[in-house]
Design a binder for this molecule. Structure first.
Ligand code: CDP
Length: 206
């Protein structure tokens, strides 16, 4: 069975948590495509040229524990605007999306560019303030020295760059289901996502 769940949306909207929960629920493998850009951005911070960094990515680059910092996030969003960097990462993502047995991918352009034929597309959003508060909690729990205002500025800068770039800008696919998690608990958001996937799987069986 080929069955792709595409989950897109801006920074810290809840994509990661929802994707992991959906993947676990249905037994699908999950790819956090942001990690590909973060790992590329980290290699660029270490001195590499962006396109060479993307082309040279190795599986172990994705396992590093320093990919979640604000500095790497900004570097990721800068390399993500380079068309040749995106091109270098497409084949791997497409193959993952269409692998036998189903797949969940989360990112910015999964439903629009990587897998426009995805069986389920979700676009997860939340207000800037709620997203910043969530990301601030995550980062400060890891010991990062930051402030809610700094995190908000960071998210807004990244969203503007991600939505404003020419190649694969962040935007909902026309057929995506919009999931605004501003006032939703994570359990309720996961429930909605699971319901959408279940419905589509059942349609396929009919
Ligand atoms: O976790 P968070 O939502 O903050 O970010 P992420 O999903 O790890 O993505 C980091 C950066 O990678 C984003 O700001 C985008 O610039 C870029 N990205 C992208 O361009 N396309 C994707 N499919 C995934 C991430």
């Amino acid at each position: 069975m080929i069955f792709t769940v595409a989950i897109d949306g801006p920074a810290a909207a809840g994509k990661g948590t929802i994707s992991k929960a959906v993947a676990t629920h249905f037994g699908f493998p999950h790819l956090d495509t942001g990690l590909l850009y973060r790992a590329t951005g980290r290699r660029v911070l270490a001195g590499e040229e962006p396109v060479a960094a993307a082309q040279g990515l190795r599986p172990e680059d994705l396992d590093r524990d320093d990919l979640r910092t604000a500095e790497v996030a900004q570097a990721a969003s800068r390399v993500a605007a380079v068309p040749e960097v995106r091109a270098a990462l497409i084949a791997f993502q497409r193959a993952f999306a269409r692998r036998e047995g189903g797949a969940v991918l989360d990112g910015r352009d999964i439903g629009t560019v990587i897998c426009p034929d995805a069986e389920v597309k979700l676009y997860v959003t939340a207000s800037d303030e709620v997203r910043a508060a969530r990301r601030y909690l995550e980062l400060s729990a890891k010991g990062a020295a930051t402030s809610p205002a700094e995190v908000l500025d960071d998210l807004r800068a990244r969203d503007a760059r991600d939505a404003g770039r020419d190649t694969a800008p962040m935007k909902p696919a026309p057929d995506a289901l919009l999931l605004d998690t501003t006032n939703l608990s994570i359990e309720a958001a996961v429930e909605e996502a699971v319901r959408a996937v279940k419905q589509k799987l059942e349609q396929g069986r009919r």
